[in-house]
Design a protein around this ligand. Structure first.
Ligand code: S3P
Length: 174
């Protein structure tokens, strides 16, 4: 079966950037789940939160994420999927991730995550206190869902991608 690498982690952890690096380095497909949700909803994420509420966004995120995971299982080549930062709050998604052998948690510190996420129009990064609180609440969820925890602190996206490629090669996946 062709491998599927799944990147999880908080907003600003670098999931999309590292996914892009892996795409270039491995030549695998790269799917950014947030972009697929936006396409399916016909609106960007800030508007989806404003019009449908966080619950409406999560329902679409759930549907899209589960469907992406089912589709990539059928791919003949490797795939990298970056999930939205809140995908791990959806029970059906975390249950599905238990079946996946290559779930990489990009572990980022709160200050770096906030610096990268503020002023980016992410609805859940508008309020620093809320951002801090969901950061704390989610740490256990990421760790429980992950098969590998990758420390991104003080490291460039290229180094983080390099570590993932090394793990994939050592495991015979790439
Ligand atoms: C969210 C993270 C965002 C996006 C949405 C909600 C979250 O994705 O899905 O704004 O709840 O953490 P990124 O992690 O790609 O920023």
């Amino acid at each position: 079966m062709a491998p599927t690498v799944i990147l999880i982690g908080f907003m600003g952890a670098g999931k999309s950037t590292v996914g892009g690096r892996l795409f270039r380095e491995l030549g695998w497909d790269f799917i950014d789940a947030d972009r697929v949700v936006e396409k399916e909803m016909g609106m960007d994420i800030p508007r989806a939160f404003a019009e449908k509420g966080e619950d409406g966004f999560r329902r679409e995120e759930e549907r899209v994420t589960l469907s992406l995971l089912d589709q990539t299982a059928l791919n003949t080549g490797g795939t990298v999927i970056a999930l939205g930062g809140g995908a791990v709050t959806i029970r059906s998604v975390t249950e599905r991730l238990q079946e996946e052998p290559l779930v990489f948690f990009l572990d980022v510190d709160l200050d770096t995550a906030y610096e990268r996420s503020r002023d980016t129009s992410r609805p859940l990064a508008e309020d620093a206190e809320k951002f801090r609180s969901i950061f704390a609440d989610r740490q256990r969820l990421y760790r429980d869902a992950a098969t590998y925890v990758i420390d991104t602190r003080g490291r460039e996206a290229g180094q983080v991608a390099g570590e993932i490629v090394r793990i994939l090669r050592e495991g015979g996946h790439a």
